[in-house]
Write a protein that binds this ligand. Structure first.
Ligand code: AP5
Length: 221
């Protein structure tokens, strides 16, 4: 199966973008580009970008557009993106969406395919409260619906599972605010371009995966 385009997952914190992006990236053999993961990696490595991003992320705000765009442009230039990629958590603002459009055009990609994940807030809060992530490979678990076989240990690589510091309730509230203000309007931006699909992401992981497979199949006809 070939993707040959940029797939963008829009949606609030905890909607399941990362979970589904990993599955699609594996099925289509394309990179999963999570700007959240890239920024957390920069923080862990103690880079200048990480130093600038940390206080912003700890507060639940968005990292400035110029920093995020530079990071994404550099990553997109790598050869492994030639066959397409899955963006998770990017773009998040109108300038990022416009910037991405220009980069994709320059690199010879067609229009992206955008999927907006719809989930009610109560479900999102429960998902975020139950999320544990592998500190080694980034595998995502949920103690309520997708627990690891051994508590605290990743099934895949034995890594220690950790909770994200921005999943604390007070930071989650700020992340929801930032999403409503800056990211939600992008659905309308992409709808006007005729590239927006919507998925009811409050269903089980398998049901959401099936819905996404249907969307991709239709888009490739
Ligand atoms: P980021 O890492 O992108 O976080 P987010 O967008 O808030 O999304 P999450 O990772 O919290 O949720 P998700 O939708 O991926 O859900 P997941 O699959 O994990 O961003 C973090 C921060 O970085 C931002 O606040 C900002 O500061 C900064 N940042 C990042 N990108 C930026 C950008 N472009 N511009 C500026 N700043 C940026 O699932 C959640 C849980 O639910 C898991 O436990 C999972 O197992 C479970 N789950 C998933 N699907 C289902 C299902 N269908 N049913 C039941 N449980 C499910």
């Amino acid at each position: 199966m070939a993707l040959k385009r940029a797939l963008i997952f829009l949606g609030p914190p905890g909607a399941g973008k990362g979970t589904q992006a990993k599955r699609i990236a594996q099925a289509y053999h394309v990179p999963h580009l999570s700007t959240g993961d890239m920024l957390r990696d920069a923080i862990a490595r103690g880079t200048e970008l990480g130093r600038l991003a940390k206080p912003v992320m700890d507060h639940g705000d968005l990292v400035p557009d110029d920093l995020v765009m530079a990071m994404v442009e550099e990553r997109l230039a790598a050869r492994d993106c030639d066959g397409g990629c899955v963006f998770d958590g990017f773009p998040r603002t109108l300038p990022q969406a416009q910037g991405l459009g220009a980069v994709l055009e320059r690199l010879g990609f067609g229009k992206p395919l955008v999927v907006d994940f719809h989930v009610d807030e109560e479900t999102l809060l429960r998902r975020l409260a139950g999320r544990w992530t592998c500190s080694v490979g980034g595998e995502i678990y949920n103690i309520y619906v997708a627990p690891p076989k051994v508590p605290g240990i990743c099934d895949r690589d034995g890594g220690k599972l950790i909770q994200r510091s921005d999943d604390r309730p007070e930071v989650v509230t700020e992340r929801f605010r930032a999403y409503e203000r800056q990211t939600k309007p992008l659905a309308e931006y992409y709808r006007r371009q005729g590239v927006l699909e919507v998925v009811d992401a409050s269903r089980s992981m398998e049901e959401v995966s099936r819905a996404l497979a249907g969307i991709l199949e239709r888009a490739q006809k």
